[in-house]
Design a protein around this ligand. Structure first.
Ligand SMILES: [Zn+2]
Length: 331
């Protein structure tokens, strides 16, 4: 499964320690963050649970930023793509949208609770008597079904792809572009993902834990850290699995739609994991504006308008290429 070149095995230049670390990092970081959060939640305190969750999240970001420097998966991805501002702005707008949605959801939840009904279906279908860990596992797998289809339809229907293309337009993966989603794209997947849980009457505690799992696994999927996964990549959406999803080759990119776990990719036969290194050249074939504000309005433009802008961009690119060629010929 792992090709035996020096860069990929981590042996030699980076040493045996990096190789050993590369096997334990993902489980260590994920379990570590979950444990810290669980400890915080067990304190039964008004705000300490959030301090522990955010602390774990912050520690994860700092650790990954450091690991991306000392043991990168692709050194070429260290080069700036000029998208830091756009990445952070998309992260803030899409996170802001989901926060608003969570508040609305809390009100709906409260309304349902005071109304005496459990869940949008008006019946207590959710197995609230199960242990919390089992309910969280059920929530992960259940919401994943909808998240899978939200993601898959975003790739298969042009109208939704326009929004999702912003996420895929990056040419390198690192933790700063983890949250790069058009806010409409975020809204679409969050609403679909939450729907089954709300409909079946899962508690807010379960929904919150689902958010915690998604936050940690999501932050790890984009990291540019050399890690190895073995069987874990068949179960979870690991960085290794997600790198295939960002391939420019459609046969590789239109696969691995899972958000947290890969169950539905196995069921619907979209799981992709070949015995070679995932591509370093990633991105999309179509044009995407460079500026955040232009990326925000891009999906709302007509096909003709987008075509005109793309053509103009191509002309500019050709002009630059001609100039370089002319300068090289003159030297
Ligand atoms: Zn995608």
């Amino acid at each position: 499964m792992i090709s035996r070149n020096r860069h990929n095995t981590g042996m030699g230049e980076t040493g045996a320690l990096h190789y050993a670390l590369s096997w334990v990092l993902w489980p260590f970081l994920f379990v570590g963050c979950m444990s810290l959060t669980a400890y915080g939640f067990s304190l039964d305190h008004p705000y300490l649970p959030f301090v522990f969750f955010n602390g774990a999240y912050f520690l994860l970001i700092v650790s990954l930023l450091w690991l991306e420097r000392v043991m990168p998966h692709e050194r070429a991805w260290h080069k700036s793509d000029g998208q830091i501002f756009a990445n952070i702005a998309h992260t803030l707008t899409s996170k802001g949208t989901s926060q608003i949605l969570l508040v609305v959801n809390a009100y709906i939840g409260a309304g349902i609770a005071t109304g005496g009904a459990s869940g949008l279906l008006g019946a207590q279908i959710w197995p609230s008597d199960w242990p919390l860990w089992a309910q969280v596992m059920l929530a992960v797998v259940g919401s994943e079904f909808m998240l899978y289809w939200a993601h898959r339809t975003a790739h298969e229907f042009m109208f939704i792809w326009r929004f999702h293309a912003i996420h895929h337009s990056v040419q390198k993966l690192w933790i700063v572009n983890t949250g790069r989603f058009h806010f409409v794209d975020s809204l679409y997947s969050i609403v679909l993902g939450m729907l089954p849980l709300l409909a079946l009457g899962a508690s807010m505690e379960v929904v919150m834990w689902l958010g915690v799992v998604t936050a940690f696994i999501g932050m790890l999927t984009h990291c540019n850290v050399e890690m190895r996964f073995g069987i874990l990549s068949w179960i979870f959406n690991t960085p290794e699995i997600h790198r295939w999803h960002h391939s420019r080759v459609l046969r590789e990119g239109n696969t691995n739609y899972g958000e947290n776990v890969m169950l539905w990719d196995h069921v619907f036969r979209t799981f992709f994991h070949e015995d070679r290194r995932p591509p370093a050249r990633i991105g999309i074939h179509e044009h995407m504006p460079h500026k955040f504000s232009e990326q925000l309005i891009w999906p709302f433009l007509t096909k003709e308008k987008r075509q005109v802008i793309s053509d103009l961009h191509k002309v500019k690119e050709n002009d630059v290429a001609d100039t370089i060629e002319f300068q090289q010929a003159a030297e």
